[in-house]
Design a protein around this ligand. Sequence first.
Ligand SMILES: Nc1ncnc2c1ncn2[C@@H]1O[C@H](COP(=O)(O)OP(=O)(O)OP(=O)(O)O)[C@@H](O)[C@H]1O
Ligand SMILES: [Mg+2]
Length: 297
Amino acid sequence: MSDPARSATDPPAPIVYALHDVHYVYSGGHVALDGIDLEIRQGEQVALLGANGSGKSTLLKLLDGIIGPSAGTMRALDRDVVALADGEDAFRFHREVGLVFQDPDIQLFSATVFDDVAFGPLQLGLSPDEVKRCCDEAMATMEVTHLADRAPFELSGGEKKRAAIASVLSLEPQVVLLDEPTASLDPRTKWVLVNLIRRLAAQGRTLVTATHELDIVPIIADRVVVLGENRRVLADGSPDEILADRDLLIRANLIHEHLHEHGRVRHAHFHGDDSHHDDPSAEVDHDLVDLLAKPTA
Ligand SMILES: Nc1ncnc2c1ncn2[C@@H]1O[C@H](COP(=O)(O)OP(=O)(O)OP(=O)(O)O)[C@@H](O)[C@H]1O
Ligand SMILES: [Mg+2]
């Protein structure tokens, strides 16, 4: 999925982000990132995995420049972002980076979808023709052109997600950050969105997607970064490597192990994060591995 125009003999793509020992402390003293070392190159598609509270959303906000590091160094898009006294000062990379929040209601606030998609370009003072071109392209990419005159609040969850991404794409950012883009979507809508995310990758953009859904990772990413519960990078590798490392996934709390007893047999199942223990069909629906199949008596 990496840039098809690049060959193995090409020099490495330029570095878009270089973070060294980056910390982020929320006002009130809560440590959300505790020494992040990370480099991301142009055109990479990175999946950001980690348990609840491991710092994924905080890291995305940092990459977007909404917040700055509390300590450590960050070079982003050819700029040095120095540690800021309280970490809260904004440093936005206006056109180059777009962050799609998990909750589309934060992103969509105008009377119509078109107004939301046009908001960014209008703020930049582009000409009416240029605004229309950027909006038409963004809405076509996310397949929301037919929703242009609709009010965002009356859209379905999947339509809102697509409109929210279009509102970010209209600024034509080279880096797109997605915070749990497929959370709370039904399976069909989820896969529609996954295909649209692939389209962004095919356009050569740099993508960083925080997700809990392991099944979409090999499709939307060529690299996986796992944040540990110590709020540091626990692993960094290809989707194949990371998703095959069951011990790592358990350690990072991305899958969990249950011991089940069926009559006299006890065995362990591994469940993805989206499994539902109360749902009797869950054992059939998930890729379960019998580890310790053995009699209990
Ligand atoms: N505004 C805030 N003020 C104080 N602490 C915060 C704030 N936002 C997040 N945190 C804390 O920072 C840590 C990292 O949170 P963050 O939202 O980045 O995690 P996450 O990996 O995105 O989690 P999730 O998977 O639940 O979305 C958590 O312990 C959280 O409680
Ligand atoms: Mg989050």
